[in-house]
Design a protein. Structure first.
Length: 512
């Protein structure tokens, strides 16, 4: 059974005594790291914004729904259940403190000029907002592991603000946590293997899925055949999803995209068009598909606010997103800060579990088991192949009309961003943000960031080979999020910070 706050969560006024390791995030990577570190004798504090362990991947139905078999909605539940049981055992023995409903908003180094809370100095101070009352909480730790996961990448299209248009991951979350469907006839669209899992889950729950609309072509996997053959389990998983689509008579349209949603009070149909190799819609290929919901997503984006706030170096992943630069022991460029899971590049739950265990061994000063390192290398190779195959094409913005809202929070249409580029000289997302307010709303650019970057960089020539994995950011590609606070924080929390403690600061405008 999942851990709940009442099982193990300390009070918001957390013990100031430093722990050996503070883990931020209780998804697959953070949970695996916390349990493995406790197995190796470390004292661990596990902080997570959710009320239950498992993160977004192992999302649980609300307790009041009385779900008899939550594992039926998940893939790989046994791996989670084993670690969750181990977490409970370590918590009962006092080796792990699980702080549920604690959203860490900043991590700062301990000021050596300030006396530590105990004779043993703490290297890092983590500040969190705790519970619905938004109480302050502080954790001191000698090492920090960031396992903050990811969020969905959305590429807008005309009509994407209509009720009934949801994220692909959001549709799956609705089913897992609320046992509800986004609609009765749901088109699943975007790019990436998540689409197959979402379509299968929705269909199994009773939805009619007329089509899975995949913008990439599966032939893009061909150059990466060695990585595929090294992961037969992944191939079998894909074959299972594919056979489920055939069994339920769900059409799979590759190299197609939803280019418009139609409706008045709610989505009623979508236009689907064939794409060229750069994702530009081909004239004369559009067709309409009736539906009452659209589940759309183009992969995931690593959530890096805490890491980039600390100055951790980043790199360009194979799928075009920004991820942390990590060494073989999951260390970031900042001494004392480790990371695991999607923060180092989107790779899925199995890779996150392996990386969490590797990081725990490194923090404990133990050698990493060779089998664990080989598993990580094998799964990372597959993740990179997957990322390259489903990376958005350069010309996807061709389906955006000038009146299409790109930033939903501030209602900034594509035409205004294009005007900022053509008439006002914007050549990057940050300048476009300052000139148009795109990305200044509630989500702070998490949803519109990739689209704004693509539109702002469309006039910038891209050098040959730009955007390859490990390459620096170039025009048209989003840069790493740099935020002094990773979530909304009451002003009283900032006012109560000790004067000697270094306050989080906004990086300079020219910093990358």
């Amino acid at each position: 059974m999942p851990t709940s706050p009442s099982d193990n969560a300390a009070s918001p006024a957390a013990d100031p005594a430093p722990v050996d390791l503070a883990v931020v995030g209780a998804g697959p990577a953070g949970l695996a790291a916390a349990v493995a570190a406790a197995d190796l004798g470390l004292r661990v504090t596990l902080l997570d914004a959710g009320e239950r362990t498992g993160g977004q991947f192992y999302r649980h139905p609300a307790p009041g729904l009385g779900a008899a078999r939550p594992e039926a909605l998940h893939h790989g539940w046994a791996a989670f259940a084993a670690r969750d049981a181990a977490l409970r055992a370590h918590a009962a023995a006092g080796r792990i403190t699980h702080l549920a409903a604690h959203h860490v908003w900043t991590v700062v180094p301990h000021d050596p000029a300030t006396p530590p809370p105990t004779p043993t100095p703490a290297v890092w101070i983590l500040h969190a907002v705790a519970g619905p009352e938004e109480l302050p909480a502080t954790v001191h730790a000698r090492a920090v592991l960031l396992a903050t996961g990811a969020y969905e990448r959305q590429l807008p299209f005309p009509g994407w603000t209509l009720p009934g248009v949801v994220g692909a991951g959001g549709a799956q979350a609705m089913l897992k946590s609320g046992l509800v469907l986004p609609g009765r006839r749901v088109v699943v669209a975007g790019s990436g293997p998540l689409l197959l899992a979402v379509a299968g889950s929705l269909a199994a729950a009773g939805a009619r899925v007329p089509a899975v609309v995949e913008a990439a072509a599966y032939t893009a996997y061909a150059p990466h055949l060695p990585a595929l053959l090294r992961n037969p389990g992944k191939l079998a998983e894909g074959a299972t999803y594919g056979s489920a689509l055939l069994h339920r008579h769900i059409r799979l349209l590759t190299r197609h995209a939803v280019t418009e949603a139609h409706g008045t009070d709610r989505v009623e149909a979508v236009t689907v068009a064939r794409l060229d190799r750069d994702w530009r819609p081909l004239p004369g290929t559009a067709r309409r598909i009736p539906c009452d919901a659209v589940a759309v997503g183009h992969g995931l984006v690593p959530q890096l606010e805490l890491a980039t706030g600390l100055g951790c170096a980043t790199r360009r992943s194979a799928d075009g997103t920004v991820a942390l630069e990590l060494d073989a022991l999951q260390r970031t460029s900042v001494p004392g800060i480790w990371a695991a899971g999607e923060t180092g590049g989107i790779g899925g739950a199995q890779l996150a579990l392996a990386e969490g265990e590797i990081a725990a061994h490194a923090v404990a000063g133990r050698p990493v088991p060779a089998a664990l390192a080989r598993r990580r290398a094998r799964l990372r190779a597959f993740a990179d192949a997957m990322g390259r195959a489903h990376r958005p094409g350069a010309d996807w913005t061709g389906w955006l009309r000038d009146d299409t809202d790109v930033c939903r929070c501030e209602e900034v249409p594509a035409g205004r961003i294009r005007e900022a580029v053509a008439g006002l000289g914007a050549r990057d997302a940050r300048t476009a943000k300052l000139l148009t307010r795109a990305g200044m709303g509630w989500c702070q650019g998490r949803m519109c960031g990739p689209a704004v970057a693509a539109l702002a960089g469309s006039a910038v020539p891209r050098p040959h080979g730009a955007g390859a994995a490990g390459a620096p950011c170039t025009g048209g590609e989003p840069e790493a999020d740099r935020r002094p606070l990773s979530c909304p924080v009451p002003l009283r929390h900032l006012a109560d910070l000790p004067p000697a403690e270094p306050a989080p600061t906004e990086p300079p405008l020219t910093g990358r």
